[in-house]
Design a protein around this ligand. Structure first.
Ligand SMILES: [Fe+2]
Length: 228
């Protein structure tokens, strides 16, 4: 992704949150320049747990069709001792017709919720022991406490207000229809470095073309602060 597109996307995400009167924590407003003026020791939890902005095109090179805007609000780190939280929380902003590609999590169970906007459409399928797409085994999930059963790859439409619980090793792909969707993720501890498995090659974090200066630091870029 071009840095200019990342800068623009986070500016836009703030504008959307403002329009929705969605209030965000202080670190969400820290530009790269503000980060450089902080006493970083105070912000160790944010830095070490990679809370903050996460803009990705999943390696597609086509953010408008395959990409996601995330803000990690809460997280923990299993076995660290410092961060005993067992849960995580993320805001998701999904543009109309923008997909997050097929993936599953080895360990994380997550609830994905449509907080408002258009329809949040999702396809589901189990992963086989070899991490392949199981096109036979039916999928049973809880949608707001209601047991629902789907054929592999069948589309679940989450209307505004609805959410689904995705257990580990359940492949999922989702996109927004009709309009932008404000999504929310409530999950077990999140480890984006090790816990994601994508059905097709791509990657969780984008390669960045530094065409302009970075206005915002992504949560995967905090190591850059130590170099200043
Ligand atoms: Fe996921």
């Amino acid at each position: 992704m071009k840095r200019s597109q990342i800068n623009y996307t986070i500016d836009k995400a703030h504008a959307i949150a403002g329009t929705l009167r969605l209030c965000l924590p202080d670190f969400a407003f820290f530009t790269a320049d503000i980060w450089r003026r902080q006493e970083l020791g105070e912000w160790r939890e944010v830095l070490e747990l990679a809370l903050g902005w996460d803009i990705t095109d999943f390696g597609s090179g086509d953010f408008s069709h395959t990409g996601l805007t995330l803000l990690t609000l809460r997280n923990g780190k299993v076995g660290s001792g410092h961060y005993p939280k067992t849960y995580a929380e993320k805001m998701l902003q999904i543009q109309q017709d923008q997909q997050t590609p097929w993936h599953f999590h080895h360990h994380k169970m997550e609830d994905i919720v449509n907080r408002g906007g258009g329809d949040l459409c999702m396809q589901l399928a189990w992963a086989t022991p070899e991490a392949l797409y199981d096109n036979k085994r039916k999928v049973e999930v809880s949608v707001d406490g209601r047991a629902r059963t789907f054929r592999p790859g069948e589309t679940l439409v989450l209307k505004p207000g609805q959410g689904v619980c995705l257990p580990p090793r359940l492949y999922h792909r989702f996109w927004a229809e009709k309009s932008f969707v404000l999504g929310w993720e409530i999950s077990m501890v999140n480890d984006d470095t090790n816990d994601n498995y994508f059905l097709e090659p791509g990657g969780r974090f984008p390669a960045i073309d530094e065409d302009v200066a970075a206005k915002w630091l992504l949560c995967s870029e905090y190591a850059r602060l130590n170099q200043i």
